[in-house]
Design a protein around this ligand. Structure first.
Ligand code: IMP
Length: 425
């Protein structure tokens, strides 16, 4: 079973970066399939901390090819900075291939992100302000600029002039300063030149690796409930973080995917606006935030914290067709006298459907005895405190999905692979 998709099973920030780093060393190819530098992965490697927003964590492994798929939106300056910063810390990196079909995030996208958020007023999304939504809007509007256009000088200039003529009208209407195409071109042409050697037919490279039976890891960004279709719309991102996005954003088909692992914390967090039924806007939530250092990698914003939403997690298992769960942060909840999880919502049969149902959803709580002790030294399931094991079993039973991997700390060693058969088969 050589292909594996790793997705965020909640609202993002589930510690996927660590998992991709742990499993990436066994992969020939690591492919990111959606989103842009709204994502943030922290990886501890060789005693150093790396923060990735665009590059797959596979880049740290010299024998691994890292691919940025067609489903992504790429900020050239952010990408180059990340490549330079990573190189400065570690000389030898893996190869990089950028899909010619990935879309480019340009300054007008960031300006529109800010202007559109302001125009939404009370209904603001709380975006990461990286221009992600407006870049995907251009893609869907069929006026986007792709990496293939960026690296083709005359075409880039021509496309930029046409797009800015359109978008400047919108920017001006919303009270912003328009852009001069010539200035944007002059700023971006040198970046395009640097990126050009990495831009190519990423879809063929991924298809060939899959056909050759190599280990190919598809790296999700954000989380299932930020998915444009399956998330808490309209408080979502503009791409497809769910497992199905791995097909859309890389050029493979559903039958090419063997295993799907969903990463979930033993509690929940969310950044930005939007419904969060199990949120704890109280001292327990604050305690989780401090214990788990729950501040955004990309924006530094404090994350909203709450108990595990088991009903939502079960739904996530279904929309992602999860083979197994990767439960993270078991160590963070150590020391809480009791731990709660929501097993449904009052008066609702199943998941909330509408924005109003999501906003008004009241959790049906199940309470578990808490656990104590330093879990970071646990290396086998049996090493866990009995209360923690019981909680874990309840999660598996309720979701109908086995825990394939457990994480008890930020380091690679603080990981238990319980079901290798659900990883590479
Ligand atoms: P955007 O992706 O910047 O358009 O933001 C849309 C929503 O998704 C906001 O609520 C963001 O906070 C959230 N979001 C985007 N990327 C991430 C992520 O990597 N982790 C958690 N939340 C994210």
């Amino acid at each position: 079973m050589p292909t594996l998709v790793i997705v965020g099973a909640q609202w993002g920030d589930e510690a996927k970066g660590k998992m991709i780093d742990v499993l990436g060393s066994d992969s020939s190819v690591v492919v990111r399939y959606s989103g842009g530098n709204n994502a943030g992965h922290t990886v501890i490697f060789g005693g150093r901390e790396f923060k990735f927003h665009l590059l797959p964590a596979g880049i740290l492994h010299p024998g691994t090819l890292s691919v940025l798929g067609s489903g992504m939106v790429l900020c050239p300056s952010g990408l180059l900075k990340e490549i330079d910063d990573t190189r400065a810390k570690q000389a030898e990196l893996g190869d990089l291939l950028i899909s010619a079909a990935a879309h480019v995030v340009l300054p007008h996208h960031r300006r529109l992100d800010a202007l559109e958020e302001e125009a939404r007023g009370k209904g603001r999304t709380g975006t990461t302000s990286r221009g992600i939504g407006p870049a995907y809007t251009d893609k869907v509007q069929r006026i986007g600029i792709r990496m293939a256009d960026l690296v083709d000088g005359p075409r880039f200039r021509e496309r930029l002039e046409a797009v800015l003529e359109f978008k400047n009208r919108l920017i001006t209407l919303l009270g912003g300063e328009p852009f001069a195409a010539a200035e944007v071109y002059d700023e971006y042409a040198p970046m395009a030149e640097r990126l050009a050697p990495w831009v190519g037919n990423a879809e063929a490279a991924v298809q060939n690796a899959v056909a050759a039976g190599q280990h190919v890891l598809f790296e999700g960004a954000q989380g299932a409930f930020l998915d444009l279709d399956h998330g808490t719309y309209p408080y979502v991102t503009s791409s497809h973080p769910v497992a199905g996005g791995a097909c859309l954003g890389t050029g493979i088909g559903p039958r090419d995917i063997d295993n799907v692992l969903g990463v979930a914390k033993v509690y929940c967090t969310r950044v930005g606006e939007g419904p969060f039924p199990t949120e704890l806007d109280n001292e327990i939530g604050a305690r989780i935030r401090e214990a788990g250092h729950e501040y955004g990698t990309t924006t530094g914003r404090p994350r909203r914290c709450g108990w595990l939403d088991l009903a939502a997690l079960r739904h996530s298992c279904r929309i992602n067709s999860l083979s197994g769960l990767v439960m993270t942060r078991l160590d963070t909840l150590s020391g809480f006298p009791e731990v709660k999880a929501s097993v449904g919502y009052e008066g609702l049969d199943g998941m909330p459907q509408t924005e109003t149902e999501w906003r008004e959803a009241r959790p049906i709580w199940r309470t578990f005895p808490g656990w104590t002790g330093d879990l970071r030294s646990c290396r086998r399931r049996e090493d866990l405190p009995a209360e923690c094991l019981r909680y874990l079993e309840a999660v598996e039973e309720f979701t109908g999905t086995p825990a394939a991997i457990l994480s008890v700390g930020p380091d690679r060693e603080e990981t238990m692979i319980l079901r290798p058969d659900l990883v590479w088969g």
